[in-house]
Write a protein that binds this ligand. Structure first.
Ligand SMILES: [Mg+2]
Length: 286
């Protein structure tokens, strides 16, 4: 076990928490599984917690705008951020503006737009990486895919585009074929096409959640801490891949993926873990 967590470390699975309504009402089993001999340790002074949002912290909603953040969850995140001296961050494909909208009035450190935007702290200035947005003409071609069916939803995130087909899962193949056809005709050199859970993300190369994580980790209070990153989808793999540089720990949701040492069954288990952490191993409230 790394010396970084040698003080005040405790077994994650032993971190106690009082039962609450909502996420904890079905018992206190966190759903976390160990991988190999390792046990995820906890040291609030030296760790940073970085969370993907959709499918990790929050249950995936039929459309991106319909995700729900309860008042209780907001309060817990605020409490956890205090315990970590601010070293709690969100790493998402959503824009910072969208992240703030869904967590309002809570603001956290965040990486938005798959690494295109970074805000090191709640009150810090956000800045954008110097990147070229998607070519508007090409964007328009991809946007036309949404005309295939009302169940296909286009999410324009400025620096990237997401084509969601959760409401029309039978059209997943057609969406993928349409994207491939556009790329064949107009060339997608310089773009990353990332299939996710009922979504295809299209973004320029040169930045991703891994580069975003690296940037965020260069700022206080993150710098010098050991990141624990929790993510569930293909776009999170870049963040998992960046973790060894910071002696970080990867935790996947819903399935074991490369770079993850631990796994949660679903977002509910992630929230349960966070609730426990926010109260502390000794049940102290912050
Ligand atoms: Mg996700």
């Amino acid at each position: 076990m790394s010396h970084i967590f040698s003080s005040r470390s405790s077994d994650l699975n032993a971190a106690s928490g009082r039962e609450r309504s909502g996420d904890l009402q079905h018992g206190d089993k966190s759903g976390l599984r160990r991988s190999g001999e390792a046990v995820l340790p906890v040291d609030f002074d030296r760790m940073a917690i970085l969370l993907d949002i959709d499918g990790t912290l929050l249950d995936i909603a039929p459309t991106p705008h319909e995700v729900h953040v309860s008042e209780e969850l907001r309060r817990m995140l605020a409490r956890l951020a205090r315990r970590l001296d601010g070293a709690l961050g969100l790493i998402s494909g959503r824009s910072l503006a969208d992240i703030d909208r869904i967590f309002e009035p809570l603001r956290l450190a965040a990486v938005g737009g798959h690494g295109a935007e970074i805000r090191p702290g709640p009150g810090a200035d956000a800045y954008r990486m110097q990147l070229s947005p998607l070519d508007p003409a090409l964007k328009l071609r991809f946007a036309e895919i949404a005309l295939l069916d009302p169940g296909i939803i286009l999410e324009d995130k400025d620096y990237s585009l997401a084509i969601h087909y959760r409401l029309a899962p039978q059209l997943g193949g057609a969406v993928i074929k349409s994207v491939a056809a556009i790329c064949e005709k107009y060339s997608c050199d310089g773009l990353s096409i990332l299939p996710g859970k009922s979504v295809i993300e299209i973004k320029p190369r040169g930045f991703d959640k891994g580069s975003g994580l690296k940037e965020l980790m260069s700022f206080p209070p993150f710098a010098g801490r050991r990141p624990v990153f929790v993510g569930d989808d293909i776009t999170d793999e870049a963040a998992f891949a960046m973790l060894p540089r910071f002696s970080g720990v990867g935790v996947s949701v819903g399935g074991i993926v490369p770079g993850a040492s631990f796994n949660f069954d679903g977002p509910k288990d992630v929230r349960l873990w966070l609730y426990r952490l926010s109260d502390g191993p000794d049940g102290e409230t912050g």
